[in-house]
Design a protein around this ligand. Structure first.
Ligand code: WT7
Length: 649
C-alpha cells in the first residue's frame, strides 16, 4: 500500500488502523483530493500502458473531462495477455455454470484463444477501429469473449440485456449505427428457451445499418438464418491459433456504449473510455473488496447491465481473479441454487442485489443452512438501498456475522463504485443501510434545490464536485444532453439524480431517485420511457406509468392506459395486451398491472398528470389538482381499481 506523506490528522487514535476512518484510509483519500496528479500517477499503474500519459487530467473542455492524456493501452491485453506473461496461463478466468448444472472452466489461456479467434473473425468481417457491434447474448462465455474481442481491435461494443425486446434493440442499433449483431439462437431461463435470434430478426426490420449477424448455438432449437447475413459463431470463429495484435488505443477512445433509462422516452447511450474507466474499475474493486489473487469472485449480476460490465468482465480480469459466471436464475431449479453454487465452488466474495437478498430471504433460512458457506469472506450489494431487515439477514444468516457487507453505491454513468466501504483499509464500523464513505477521489456533497450545502442529517441532492477517472466520456451523439442532464442543475458539478443524507459521522445514506426513474429489481426503468413505448402498441392511445413500492423488487411498474377504441378491457384481454407488450419491449418493460380507463387526468394544456394517477392508486390525497381538466377521470381510476382488486381477491 502507498503510504501517504501528508498526515495532519494527529488527533485520531492510532489503534484505529482497521476502520475506514483510520489514518490510512483518511490519508489515502486526502491525498486523492489534495494531490490528484500524484495520486493518479501512482494508482493508474494498476493498468499496463503501452505509452505513459503526459497529463493526468484535462479539464479545459469541462464537463467533458479527459483522463490520462496521451496514454495508450489495450483493455483485452490488460485482461488477458499480461496474465499469461505473469505465469497465470492455467488459472481459471471463469467457472461457467449452466442453468442445468453443466460447468466449464475457462483458463486465462483458453480465454486468450477464444478472444483472439473471435477478434480475427470480426476483422475478417471487415470491422475496424471505431465501428460498433451490438451484443445480445445470454450469460454464456461467448458474452465476455465477444466484448474482449471487440476491445482488442478497437471496435466499440454495446451490450443489450437479454430481457429487452425488439424495439429496444432497434432503438439501440439506430442510435449506435451498429454494423454487426452478435446473438444466440436462444437462452435458457427457468428451464425454458428464451428466443433471442427471433427478437433480433424482428428488430432488424426496423433498422438499416446491420450487415452481419453472428449466432451462437446455445439451445439448438430451430431458428431462421438469413443467407449471406447470418453466420454461426463457430463458422466464423474457427481459428484457435489466431493471434490478433491488440490495437493501441488512446486512453480517451471509446470502449463501449451502454444504454440506460432517463427521464425522457429515449434511453441515454453512456459512453465509457479505455483508460480512465479501466483505472477506475480495477482500483475500486481492489479498494472496496480487497480480493486476494486466488479468490473466487461471484458477481451475480447480468453482464447486460453495467454491474456485469465492470465487475464480471473488466475489473476481475484486470486483477487476474477467478469469476463465477452463472447462466440462470439464482433460485432455479430450487431456492438453494445460489448457496449450492457458493458451496460447490468455494466462493470467497459474493456480490448481489437487495432484490435478490429479499427474495432468497423470503424462501427461508433452511435453504442457506443446507450448505457450507464458510468460504465466504465478504458480501456485497448494489442497485438500490438495502433495508435493515435484508442487511441483517445477509450479515447473520449468510455471512455468519463474520463477513462485512460492502454496500456499493454507483451508476452506469460513474463506471464503478463511488460510495462504498473500503475493506482494503480494514474496517469494523459499518452502519446497516449506509454505503458509508466516498471512494478515494470522490468528492460528494448534499445540496438543496438552490445549490446550498445542507446540514448533516438533512436530505438533499447527491452531487459530486469534481471529476474522477470512471466518469463516462459523454452520451453517444448527444453531448448537449450530457451537459443538460448531469451538469446544469448545479453548474460544473455532477448531479447523480439521487437523494441522500450525510449523517453527523460523515456516513452517506442513499434515499432513492429524485427523478421519474424507477428501480425495478435494481434495474433503472424510466416511467416516461415505458409510457412512450406503450403508446402505439396494439391500440393504446395514452399511458400513465408510475412505481408502486414492492417489498421484493423495490418498485413495481403500474400503468393506466386509454385505448383508441375507448374500450375498457376484460382481464383476459389485458393479458393478451401484456403478451403483445412483452414481445415488443421484452419482459423487463412489461408493467405488472395494466388498467384500462376511458380518460386519464390531464392538465388544461393536455399533459397527463401521472402524479395524480399514482396518488389515487396509492390511496393518498392527490395534492394540488386545481389544474385538473376533468374531475371524472379520478372516478374512472377508482372504478378501474375496484374492479381489478375484486378480481384478484
Ligand atoms: C442507480 C443507478 C450501478 C450498478 C447498478 C445500477 C441506485 C445503485 C445503490 C446503492 C442505493 C443504489 C441509485 C443509482 N443505486 N446502487 N448501493 N444504494 N441506491 O446501475 O442502473 O445505472 O442505476 O441505482 O438510484 O442512481 P444503474
Amino acid at each position: 500500500m502507498r503510504e501517504s506523506k501528508s498526515n495532519n490528522n494527529e488527533s485520531l487514535p492510532t489503534e484505529e488502523v482497521h476502520t475506514p476512518s483510520s489514518q490510512r484510509f483518511l490519508s489515502f483519500t486526502k491525498e486523492a483530493i489534495d494531490n490528484p496528479e500524484e495520486f493518479w500517477n501512482t494508482q493508474a499503474e494498476i493498468i499496463t500502458w503501452y505509452k505513459r500519459w503526459e497529463k493526468v487530467l484535462d479539464e479545459s473542455n469541462s464537463p467533458f473531462f479527459r483522463w490520462f492524456i496521451g496514454g495508450k493501452l489495450n483493455v483485452s491485453y490488460n485482461a488477458i495477455d499480461r496474465h499469461l506473461l505473469a505465469g497465470k496461463r492455467n488459472n481459471a478466468a471463469y467457472i461457467w455454470v449452466a442453468e442445468d448444472g453443466a460447468e466449464h472452466i475457462l483458463t486465462y489461456e483458453g480465454l486468450s484463444q477464444r478472444v483472439n479467434s473471435f477478434a480475427k473473425a470480426l476483422l475478417d468481417l471487415g470491422l475496424k477501429k471505431g465501428d460498433v457491434v451490438l451484443i445480445y447474448l445470454p450469460m454464456i462465455l461467448e458474452l465476455p469473449v465477444a466484448m474482449l474481442a471487440a476491445a482488442r481491435i478497437g471496435v466499440v461494443f454495446s451490450v443489450v440485456f437479454s430481457g429487452f425486446g425488439a424495439q429496444a434493440i432497434a432503438d439501440r442499433i439506430n442510435d449506435s449505427g451498429a454494423k454487426v449483431v452478435i446473438t444466440a439462437d436462444g437462452g435458457f431461463r427457468r428451464g425454458k428457451i428464451v428466443e433471442l435470434k427471433k427478437v433480433v430478426d424482428d428488430a432488424l426490420n426496423m433498422t438499416k445499418s446491420v450487415e452481419y449477424v453472428i449466432v451462437v448455438k446455445r439451445t439448438g432449437h430451430e431458428i431462421n438464418m438469413v443467407e449471406g447475413r447470418d453466420f454461426w459463431w463457430d463458422q466464423v470463429s474457427n481459428d484457435i491459433n489466431a493471434k490478433v495484435k491488440p490495437e493501441v488505443m488512446d486512453s480517451n477512445d471509446p470502449l463501449y456504449i451502454l444504454y440506460t433509462s432517463g427521464t425522457t422516452g429515449k434511453p441515454k447511450g453512456v459512453v465509457h473510455g479505455n483508460g480512465g474507466y479501466s483505472v477506475w474499475v480495477a482500483n475500486t474493486l481492489k479498494w472496496a473488496f480487497d480480493p486476494k489473487p486466488d479468490d473466487r469472485w461471484w458477481c451475480a449480476a447480468d453482464i447486460g447491465w453495467v454491474t456485469g460490465h465492470s465487475y464480471i468482465v473488466f475489473a476481475p480480469l484486470f486483477l487476474g481473479l477467478t469469476s463465477i459466471l452463472y447462466e440462470g436464475a439464482i433460485d432455479f431449479p430450487s431456492p438453494d441454487r445460489m448457496w449450492a453454487i457458493i458451496e460447490r465452488y468455494k466462493v470467497n466474495i459474493l456480490y448481489t442485489s437487495p432484490t435478490a437478498i429479499r427474495m432468497l430471504m423470503k424462501y427461508g433460512d433452511v435453504y442457506p443452512q443446507k450448505h457450507n458457506l464458510d468460504s465466504l469472506r465478504e458480501l456485497g450489494t448494489v442497485g438500490e438501498p438495502i433495508n435493515p431487515a435484508a442487511w441483517n439477514w445477509y450479515y447473520t444468516v449468510i455471512g455468519k456475522g463474520k463477513c462485512p457487507i460492502i454496500d456499493t453505491y454507483w451508476q452506469t454513468e460513474t463506471g464503478g463504485f463511488i460510495i462504498s466501504p473500503a475493506s482494503y483499509f480494514g474496517f469494523d464500523n459499518l452502519k446497516p443501510g449506509s454505503a458509508t464513505f466516498p471512494m478515494p477521489g470522490i468528492d460528494p456533497v448534499i445540496l438543496d434545490d438552490s445549490g446550498n450545502e445542507v446540514e448533516p442529517g438533512n436530505k438533499g441532492f447527491l452531487v459530486i464536485r469534481r471529476p474522477w477517472p470512471g466518469l463516462m466520456l459523454t452520451l453517444n451523439k448527444d453531448p448537449d444532453r450530457y451537459k443538460a442532464v448531469y451538469f446544469s442543475k448545479f453548474p460544473g458539478k455532477y448531479q447523480t439524480g439521487d437523494y441522500a443524507v450525510k449523517d453527523e459521522d460523515g456516513y452517506f445514506w442513499l434515499l432513492g431517485r429524485a427523478d421519474e426513474v424507477l428501480k425495478v429489481a435494481g434495474h433503472r426503468i424510466g416511467t416516461i420511457e415505458v409510457e412512450d413505448a406503450l403508446v402505439g402498441i396494439a391500440n393504446i392511445a395514452e399511458a400513465a406509468v408510475f412505481g408502486k413500492p414492492d417489498p421484493i423488487k423495490g418498485d413495481a411498474i403500474i400503468s393506466f392506459v386509454t385505448l383508441k377504441s375507448g374500450e375498457v378491457l376484460t382481464p383476459a384481454k389485458i393479458n393478451e395486451l401484456k403478451q403483445q407488450i412483452r414481445e415488443r419491449l421484452g419482459p423487463i418493460m412489461v408493467p405488472e398491472e395494466i388498467h384500462t380507463v376511458r380518460v386519464l387526468p390531464k392538465t388544461r394544456s393536455g399533459k397527463i398528470m401521472r402524479r395524480v394517477v399514482k396518488a389515487v392508486y396509492l390511496n393518498q390525497i392527490p395534492g394540488d389538482i386545481t389544474t385538473l381538466e376533468d374531475g371524472a377521470s379520478l372516478e374512472e381510476i377508482k372504478t378501474a381499481l375496484e374492479t381489478f382488486r375484486k378480481e384478484v381477491t
